[in-house]
Design a protein around this ligand. Structure first.
Ligand code: RB5
Length: 145
C-alpha cells in the first residue's frame, strides 16, 4: 500500500523545530516530502509557502505542514494558490475545526510561538480528524473556490 504523503516546508526559524514533527510523521508511517530549509541561514518565508502550495496543487502531497516564526507569513503565501486551504493554528480546538469544518489541507505553525511538543500534538490532530460530511460545511468549502 502506498504511504500517504505529507509535505513540510519551513523557513530558517524552524530548522530545529521541524525535527520532531518529521520524526513523528516517519514513525507514524507517512512519507515526508521535505521542502523546508535545513539550517538557520535566513531565507524568505514566501518562497516556502509557494513550495508547499505547489506541491498540494500538483497533488504531490495530500496534506501539508507549513512553518515560519509565527506561521502568519507562510500561511498568507500558501493561501494565494487556488485549491490550498491553509489554516494557521496554535492550539487543539482550532486545529480540529480547521480540518472538520474547513477541510484545511495545510496547517501553518509558528515555531516562535508554540513548542515542538505542542506542534506534534497539533499535527496528530490535523492528520487524525475526519472532515465533516454535513452539507452546510461542504457547501461553504465549495464557495471558497
Ligand atoms: C522570519 O524572521 C519571520 O519573519 C518569519 O519566520 C515569519 O514569522 C513571518 O511571518
Amino acid at each position: 500500500m502506498n504511504k500517504k504523503v505529507i509535505a513540510i516546508a519551513n523557513d530558517h526559524s524552524a530548522s530545529e523545530f521541524r525535527k520532531p514533527i518529521i520524526e513523528y510523521l516517519e514513525q507514524a508511517g507517512y512519507e515526508v516530502l521535505d521542502l523546508g530549509t535545513k539550517d538557520s541561514k535566513p531565507v524568505d518565508y514566501p518562497d516556502f509557502g509557494v513550495k508547499i502550495a505547489k506541491a498540494i496543487v500538483a497533488q504531490k502531497a495530500e496534506l501539508g505542514i507549513a512553518i515560519c516564526g509565527t506561521g502568519i507569513g507562510i500561511s498568507i503565501a500558501a493561501n494565494r494558490f487556488h485549491g490550498v486551504r491553509c489554516a494557521l493554528v496554535y492550539e487543539e480546538e482550532t486545529t480540529r475545526l480547521a480540518r472538520q469544518h474547513n477541510n484545511a489541507n495545510v496547517i501553518a505553525l509558528g515555531a516562535r510561538i508554540i513548542s515542538s511538543y505542542k506542534a506534534v500534538e497539533l499535527v496528530k490532530i490535523f492528520l487524525d480528524t475526519p472532515i465533516s460530511s454535513e452539507t452546510r460545511h461542504q457547501n461553504r468549502i465549495k464557495k471558497l473556490d
